[in-house]
Structures are given as C-alpha cells and as structure tokens.
Ligand binder design. Structure first.
Ligand SMILES: [Fe+2]
Length: 341
C-alpha cells in the first residue's frame, strides 16, 4: 500500500494503465476522505488477497471532488470514498461516477443504502439521534424529530450550524417525507426553541448538554459511542451525562446517513474498484470499517454488538439515501429562511 501525494506520478501511472488495452493493471487508485489508520489495514488485506496494489490519496471530501473534476478524463481515480450521502450527491451532480452493479453488492448492501443505479454504495452507517441531559430529567414529548419543534422545548435546544451537511441531510429527509412546507414549519419551530445561536461540532454539543448548558441536542451516534469508549475518564463522564433517544420509532424510523464508495467515471481500473467495494462488504471489512469510528455496519447481521454502549437495535428510516442529495438545495434554502445559521 502506497500513499502517493504527487499528482503527476499518478497521472503518469494512469497513462501506463491506459496502454494495457482494456485489462485492469494489478492496482487500484483510491481517493478517500476517511482518515483512519485502521483503514490502511483494509487496503493491505485487499492486496494480500488479490495481489492488487492500492494507491491512496487522502484529502478533504470537497477537495477530492474538485481534484477529480479538474483531472477530468485523465483522472487516475478509480474509487471515491467519502462521508455523507450529501457529499456523494455533490460528486454525482458533477458526473464523476459511473454505474457499477454486481450480485455481491446487491445482495450485501440493503437497497436504501445504495444508489438506485449503482453510482455509489454505503459501506457503514450512522444515525442522527436526540440527546438530553439526564440530570434535568426525562423531557416531556421528545420521541420524534417533530417534537423538537414543540414549544414545550423553548430555550432548551442547542444545535450545530446548518452549514454542516449532517443537519442538511436530516432536513432533506424530512422534506422527502413531509414536503417542503411542513419541513419549513418544523425548522422554524426548532429555531424558536434554540437556547443559543447554532455553534460547535457534534462533540461540542454533547459536551454542552452534558454540562447542562442546553438540555437537548441532535448528534450522530458515533460521537457518543466514541466518547463512551474514550480512555479519558472526563470524556467518558461527559458522555454518561447524556441520554439517547432514537427518534421516530413509531413512524418512519431514525434518520441514518452513510460513508460510501463509488466507481469513478474514467476509472482506469474499473473492475478492481468493484472488487474492492465487494471486499468492503465482507464481514471482516465491515467490522473494521464500522468499529474504527463507532459506526454501524452497512451490511445487516454482521454483528450483534452495538457501537454505542447502552443502546440496542433501533428502527431506521429506509428512505433511499439518494433523496438526501436530491433535496439538499431545498434544505439549505429552508435553513436560510428560518434563520438557522
Ligand atoms: Fe462527523
């Protein structure tokens, strides 16, 4: 496994690859926005099993997307791995993916976690959950996302900024289920319940709820899972101070989002890219991918263990994740109009 940082080197490799008429070279060029050292074990194992060498480019999602776009037809990128269906959508919008289907992928990845045309596949998932301060007691009426907009919670809610995709994707899901008008009414209701202007990342919002600065917030499961598993007792203590609600258990189910991978339109090693996504759906790879970041496996039934201690199975929203991208622009406009900064 080699991390190649020089674009020129990869471009040269792509040229060489192109000479190998039609057949893939024994290599795979992955552009990844995941920066976990444990992911490197996945690449190594794949190489051991297949003899296919992995060349890795790591970067911020938007940077990688811009780079692949700039490289155009000569891009050596075979596979893009990124986080949030909203980002996969941005790559899709720019026409960077090509459809790739296989029996293994269709069997292993549930339909709602993959693009309907095979442009990308979810490889791990996370849920966006409500948390509240345990010491302040169980809040009345807090079982659904809709409840967050109820005036009973006035002055109790802290949120992350709407410039972050996590909230954009959640609102996109609400738009898909309820329509834009109801989604806007919901957004305004939540804004009216803010304790303070949106700020901080999900970890900061867990800490704010733990400290009693706010009673209620909305975060991704892996932030709580990560804090509960921390080696730092103070971090664990903070996480213990918040309780978790999986919203909408009687309705559509809790909103989930994913890390995903898709084959690039000009992939010089297309079949290796498909082989690699298939490899990621294996039990060992699923566990490695998900446990690294306290996420849930995308493939069902791989493990009974929950990545968030103290929680069990929950009903997830099975809306196709491609809707999250489709409604993204509308969600951003609604956040703007509602004053959710
Ligand atoms: Fe995150």
């Amino acid at each position: 496994m080699f991390r190649l940082l020089a674009a020129l080197t990869l471009a040269a490799m792509a040229a060489v690859t192109a000479l190998a008429a039609n057949a893939d070279a024994a290599e795979l060029n992955i552009y990844s926005a995941r920066h976990y050292d444990t992911d490197l074990r996945l690449y190594d194992r794949f190489t051991e099993e297949t003899g296919i060498k992995v060349n890795l480019i790591e970067g911020d999602s938007d940077e990688l997307i811009a780079r692949i776009e700039r490289e155009g037809r000569n891009s050596p990128a075979d596979l893009l791995i990124t986080v949030d269906a909203g980002r996969l959508w941005r790559a899709e919008e720019k026409g960077l993916f090509q459809p790739a289907t296989s029996d293994v992928l269709e069997e292993r990845i549930p339909a709602h976690l993959r693009h309907p045309d095979g442009l990308w596949y979810g490889i791990s998932k996370r849920a966006r959950i409500i948390i509240y301060n345990k010491a302040a007691g169980v809040p009345e009426k807090l079982e659904t996302y809709a409840d967050l907009a109820d005036p009973v919670h006035k002055g109790e809610i802290c949120m992350r900024s709407s410039s972050n995709l996590y909230n954009v994707s959640l609102l996109a899901a609400i738009i898909e289920h309820e329509g834009a008008e109801k989604a806007e009414a919901w957004t305004k209701g939540v804004v009216a319940n803010f304790k303070r202007e949106p700020q901080g990342n999900d970890t900061a919002n867990v800490n704010a709820v733990a400290a009693g600065e706010c009673r209620i917030s909305l975060v991704n499961t892996y932030y709580v899972g990560r804090m509960l598993a921390s080696e730092d007792a103070a971090v664990r203590d903070a996480a213990e101070k918040v309780a978790i609600v999986f919203p909408d258990q009687q309705g559509h189910g809790t909103h989930v989002n994913l890390s995903g991978a898709g084959v690039m339109k000009h992939a010089p090693n297309r079949s290796n890219a498909v082989k690699f996504i298939e490899f990621l759906t294996g039990d060992w790879a699923q566990l490695t991918l998900s446990q690294t970041n306290h996420e849930y496996t995308a493939v069902p039934g791989v493990t009974d263990e929950t990545p968030v201690r103290g929680t069990g199975a929950f009903k997830e929203d099975e809306m196709n994740a491609s809707a999250l991208g489709r409604n993204q622009a509308e969600a951003v406009r609604i956040f703007d109009r509602a004053g959710w900064k």
